[in-house]
Structures are given as structure tokens and as C-alpha cells.
Design a protein around this ligand. Structure first.
Ligand SMILES: Nc1ccnc(=O)[nH]1
Length: 436
């Protein structure tokens, strides 16, 4: 495919005409030819000094004809595990599900020296950036005090190194039993100084109301948001999610609470799941669904075909206005041995697994705007005048076209400049379609 370079398009005064954009991720951009069924509209994107602008500059600028190609805002990947990424070659694959992966991961932990972590975490961030992600939240296993954690030390240096490229947040992931430790309050204090988020892995069917109460009271005292791994199991008895929602209401915890996975909902009778979802909505929890890891780890067993897929009840959540995002989770590690920190891949998989094909326009925010709001990053995840011109242009003109071809050209644009290659223009798109 020929990619045409656009002379002077980086001079900071130009326009991308006739882009097709999801209405759900646009604010203050003039839209035309809006289509309610697809949730798409046509827009001209004006770029000045690396930012989106409401109007073209008065001077004559360069204009690029996007010819109806899709433009999505830069992706926000709100749940990954940078400290484990690219370890699967040394850990091997799990025979069983989640707890088997945890076992392999713990066995590999002594290999995670600072040099090892730095190399793998940097590679991860480079892939995320190249694929069009603008912000990312990572969990970091933190069995020790955060001040003594090599992963946190490496994270701090990489946050500086990638400062202009990626907005980064980190969560100290620890098991729920840690709450009983005498140094738990110190842990929270250190984490707060590091600007981190309190993470909790609630092992399947190990939820405990007293521990949750203590967790929320200390999180409130140390001004920490909380981000859970919960009910990552098909055991219908796992009810950690409902217990978290109850604990938030009981303790009056007012800071942001994210719940990840929530797979057991998919195995519960309708009324039980619906009652939990009502509680989740009332407690104001934010959900992140992680379909690729669930496909890999749920209903997994040697020599048998998986029957159940573990995706949480995202449509029923949305019906209740619960904020739902999707994210990458594990990449090339024993929890998921594939992946490329590519939120477009997550979008493509999710549309298929969750049957979103008839309502993609309504869900388009779940990979950018929604997670940005959940992470408190209002400057990301939208196309709006005044925000950095961070977006991804695809050589496709509607949703079906976008998700049909696995070899699909994209142009990642940051601060108005293509990161690699050039903007896709009419001739690129039609050449690609004819060849396909
Ligand atoms: N799904 C996961 C659970 C716990 N730790 C991970 O890295 N991933």
C-alpha cells in the first residue's frame, strides 16, 4: 500500500477534511451526516499548534482529504500489568486457570530485577504508544512495601521517560489478606506519597466484609483511590462484587472505586446478577472488563474445550448507567500469552465476544473517553477543541469495514503529527480496499 507523505502538514496549521468520527467521543466539533444507527458522523478536524481547534485558521492551510475514513481518539488502556509483560517464554503456559497462572507468575518473581523490569516495561510502553494509546494504568504486584519495590522504582523512571508520550498511573496490587498486616497503614501512606492507587486482588470466593471495611477506612484516611481484581471466576458463589458495593455504601467511601473482571456474574442466575448490578450502580462503582484474559483463563482445563467465556455482564451494566470500560490486562505472560498493547485489538475482540456489532457507536467511548473519565484524565479520550490532536486514523470507512480486515493500515497522530508514516488519504484507502 502506498502511503503519501503530506508536505508541511506538521507546520501546525492544517485540516483533515471528511473524517468519520464516533459521535460519542466528540465534544464541540461540528458534525454533519450524523447516522443514528452507527453512531458515526462526518467532521473536519482543524489542527493548530498540535491541538484541535473549533475553526480553521484564517490563513490558507494545508488540507488533507480523509475521504470518510474513521478517526478515533487516542486510546486509554486502564488496566494492564507492565511488570509481568513479555515473561511467558520463561514462565510457560498454565494448564489450568487463574490460580495456575498466579502460581507461574509468583515462581517468576525472583527474575524481576530492575534491569529486567525496565527492559520489559519500556518495550510495553513503546508498543502501547506506537499503537495509539495515550494513557495507561498499570497494576504492579507489590508484596513488599512500595518504597522497597523494584517495580515501583522502575515505574517512576519510566513515567519521566515517557512523560510527553503517555499519561501513566500505577496501582499497588496486593492480596486482600495484606489488610490484616500491622504495616498496612504504612503501606497506604507510602503509596499515597508515590501518587499511587490502592489495588486489591480478591481471590475467588475469599471476599471478607471486615477486611473491606478496614481497606476503605484506611484508603479514605490516606486519600487513595481503589482498584480491585474481583470475582475472576465462574464460581457462581463468588460474591466479592456485591460485598465491595455494600462496603462502599456502609463506609461512605467517596473516592473512585474500580472493579475489574467480575466474571462470576456471568455464571449466576439472572435475578442474583441483577440484584448485584443494582447495588453496583447505587455504589457508583466503575467497571473494567478484560475479555482477552477471561477467554484464556476462564473454563480452562487440559484436554477439554472451554464452554463458558467469562465476560462480565457489560450490556446489563450499561443499561443501569454503570460506567464500563475495556482494557488489555495481561500481555505475553502466563495470564494471557498473546497481545501487543493494542487497544484496537481489544476493541475488535470485544465487539465479537460481547456481540456489540449492532451498537458499536454507543460503545465507542469504552476504549477512550470512558476510561479517561474513570482515571480522572479529562484531557484524554475525546475529540474536542483545545485538546491535543491525539487520534488514530484507520483505512476503513465504517464499523464493519473496520473490523473485517486484520491487515488494516492505521496512522497514529500525536499532537497533530503522525508518529510514524503519514496521514491516510483517499488513494491509500481505495488502494487498500481494492487489494483486499
Ligand atoms: N488477571 C490477573 C489477575 C491477577 N494478576 C494478573 O496479572 N492478572
Amino acid at each position: 500500500m502506498t502511503v503519501t507523505s503530506v508536505p508541511n502538514a506538521t507546520d501546525g496549521n492544517f485540516a483533515i477534511m471528511n473524517a468519520r468520527v464516533p459521535i460519542a467521543v466528540c465534544d464541540g466539533i461540528r458534525l454533519r451526516d450524523a447516522d443514528a444507527a452507527s453512531g458515526l458522523a462526518t467532521a473536519d478536524l482543524f489542527i493548530r499548534d498540535g491541538r484541535l481547534a473549533a475553526r480553521p485558521d484564517t490563513q490558507e492551510g494545508i488540507s488533507i482529504d480523509a475521504a470518510g475514513t474513521l478517526v478515533l481518539p487516542g486510546f486509554v488502556d486502564m488496566h494492564v500489568h507492565l511488570d509481568k509483560a513479555y515473561t511467558v517464554h520463561r514462565t510457560g503456559l498454565p494448564d489450568g486457570g487463574l490460580l495456575d497462572a498466579v502460581r507461574l507468575s509468583i515462581a517468576d518473581a525472583p527474575n524481576r530485577t530492575e534491569d529486567d523490569l525496565r527492559a520489559r516495561m519500556r518495550r510495553s510502553l513503546q508498543r502501547a504508544y506506537a499503537n495509539g494509546t495515550v494513557a495507561l494504568r498499570t497494576h504492579l504486584d507489590t508484596p513488599e512495601l512500595p518504597d522497597q519495590s523494584p517495580a515501583w522504582r522502575v515505574f517512576a523512571t519510566l513515567r519521566d521517560e515517557f512523560g510527553d508520550m503517555l499519561s501513566l498511573q500505577a496501582v499497588a496490587l496486593m492480596a486482600l489478606e495484606r489488610v490484616d498486616d500491622a504495616d498496612y497503614s504504612d503501606r497506604c501512606a507510602q503509596l499515597s506519597r508515590l501518587g499511587g492507587v490502592l489495588g486489591m486482588f480478591v481471590p475467588p470466593a475469599m471476599e471478607n466484609a471486615n477486611r473491606l471495611d478496614r481497606l476503605f477506612s484506611l484508603a479514605a484516611k490516606h486519600e487513595l483511590d481503589v482498584d480491585f481484581h474481583v470475582d475472576e471466576t465462574l464460581d457462581p458463589k463468588a460474591g466479592g462484587l456485591a460485598m465491595i458495593a455494600d462496603a462502599v455504601q456502609r463506609t461512605g467511601f467517596a473516592r473512585r472505586v474500580v472493579v475489574g473482571h467480575c466474571c462470576s456474574l456471568s455464571a449466576q442466575p439472572h435475578d442474583q446478577a441483577a440484584a448485584t448490578l443494582d447495588l453496583v450502580a447505587k455504589a457508583g462503582l466503575h467497571v473494567v472488563a478484560l475479555p482477552t484474559t477471561n477467554l484464556f483463563l476462564q473454563d480452562r482445563g487440559a484436554g477439554r474445550t472451554p464452554r463458558l467465556r467469562g465476560l462480565t455482564l457489560v450490556k446489563e451494566m450499561r443499561e443501569r448507567a454503570i460506567p464500563v470500560s475495556f482494557a488489555s490486562d495481561n500481555i505475553c505472560d502466563p495470564f494471557f500469552p498473546f497481545g501487543d498493547f493494542d487497544m484496537f485489538e481489544i476493541m475488535r475482540e470485544t465487539v465479537r465476544v460481547a456481540h456489540l456489532e449492532g451498537e458499536i457507536g454507543a460503545w465507542a467511548d469504552a476504549f477512550s473517553r470512558r476510561p479517561a473519565e474513570t482515571l480522572g484524565l479529562a484531557g484524554h479520550g475525546r475529540l474536542a477543541p483545545g485538546l491535543p490532536a491525539d487520534f488514530v486514523q484507520f483505512a476503513a470507512t465504517d464499523w464493519i469495514d473496520l473490523f473485517c480486515r486484520s491487515r488494516l493500515a492505521r496512522c497514529v497522530v500525536r499532537n497533530g503529527r503522525p508518529v510514524d508514516g503519514a496521514f491516510l488519504q483517499r488513494r491509500d484507502i481505495f488502494t487498500a480496499q481494492e487489494k483486499a
